[in-house]
Design a protein around this ligand. Structure first.
Ligand code: GN1
Ligand code: MG
Length: 355
């Protein structure tokens, strides 16, 4: 169901053709996404969730990145091109202050919730690794955080502890097992916070939302990266960690049958090879030495973010049923245990790839 009565007016800011249809599309958890079709073309229309992102930073970051891409003649090589407004802006702000953008829909493109093969996993790694290589050449000074402390593990832990304090007892009873697991593993977030504080990580621009679904695979062409809302200064360990989180479990993020959620070491190897090959010559020792802690932290933090949202009544992530965020929490914690059980194999693979 569309809940935007003026959506055709919105569309007209980007295109002179009337849309034949505009329908909800995709499975992102934060923004609203629509597929719009005119007589000639298909487009992705997105409404940015202004409760989540700092709009001023977001508008700035998109323009700076896109101007860089255009100035280098790289339009369409890393992400689908944006269709600009008549004022030549990527975003249109409507009369309610809401923020919209339009990009070309590529007919031969597919996204995956689960990696269908080792080859796709490897290609996903390469796509994100190449995107990171691009970002390595851009000065992060011109970008600002669209979500402050987005990947800060201590902040996420504090949010979770607050949610446990505030939650209704009925919610806490339902999540008793997950709360107990989260409470006995706070060390993961605490250690990662100390690592971040104690090291001099390279000051980089990173994607910050590198899940598999944010890669667009195409039939006979190289894959593209999408969802650039969190391209901002960050830490590469969280980007790689989020790829591991979303790819190596070979199960949906909300899979109810937990026996399907297993850390898969072959996919891990393919992913690590794909991701690090384009960028390994540019990695700092502080980055190379903390990859494993980064993986644990991203998966643990994603688990407690879902749990926090369950405890507070599903106010952040889109959900389809009451326990949706609790089911998502369970997959994260199951995957985390799988990763921990393969620590030494992970280390061997990373050593081989990073020499
Ligand atoms: C959200 O927007 P989407 O669906 O790509 C979230 C990520 C989480 C992810 C979990 C801004 O990403 O941080 O890792 O869900 N984005 C934001 O699937 O919170
Ligand atoms: Mg996103």
């Amino acid at each position: 169901m569309l809940d935007e009565s003026n959506i055709e007016d919105i569309f007209s800011n980007f295109s002179k053709y009337n849309p034949n249809s505009i329908k909800p599309y995709g499975s992102g958890h934060i923004n609203k996404t629509y597929l719009a079709e005119t007589k000639y073309n298909k487009y992705i229309l997105q409404k940015v969730n202004e409760n989540v992102f700092d709009l001023k930073s977001l508008l700035n970051n998109y323009e700076v990145l896109d101007n860089y891409i255009l100035s280098q003649g790289l339009s369409g090589k890393y992400y689908p091109p944006y269709v600009k407004t008549s004022n030549k802006q990527i975003h249109h702000i409507d009369s309610q202050g809401s923020c919209w953008r339009l990009s070309e829909f590529l007919d031969d493109s597919t996204t995956y919730q689960i990696s269908p093969s080792i080859n796709i996993t490897h290609d996903a790694g390469i796509a994100m690794g190449k995107f990171q290589k691009l970002l390595n050449g851009i000065d992060p000074e011109f970008f600002s955080p669209t979500i402050p402390d987005f990947h800060n593990p201590q902040r996420r832990l504090n949010d979770y502890l607050y949610a446990v304090e505030k939650a209704k007892s009925q919610k806490k009873e339902k999540a008793a097992g997950e709360i107990s697991f989260a409470n006995s593993n706070t060390i993961i977030a605490e250690e990662m916070s100390s690592i971040v504080n104690a090291n001099h990580f390279m000051h980089r621009l990173t994607h910050n939302d590198t899940k598999l679904e944010n890669i667009l695979f195409r039939d006979n062409n190289y894959p593209l990266v999408i969802d650039l809302d969190t391209v901002m200064p960050g830490n590469i360990l969280f980007d790689f960690g989020d790829m591991v989180r979303s790819i190596t479990s070979i199960a949906k993020e909300d899979e109810k049958n937990l026996s399907k959620v297993e850390f898969n070491i072959d996919h891990f190897q393919a992913l690590a090879r794909g991701y690090f090959t384009p960028i390994k010559s540019n990695l700092h020792d502080d980055e190379k030495n903390n990859i494993y802690s980064g993986i644990l932290s991203v998966i643990y933090v994603q688990g407690i973010r879902f749990l926090t949202d369950f405890l507070l009544g599903n106010i952040y992530y889109k959900t389809s049923y009451e326990n949706h965020n609790l089911d998502r929490t369970k997959t994260q914690f199951k995957l985390l245990q799988g990763v921990i059980s393969k620590q030494s194999e992970i280390a061997t693979i990373l050593d081989e790839i990073l020499v």
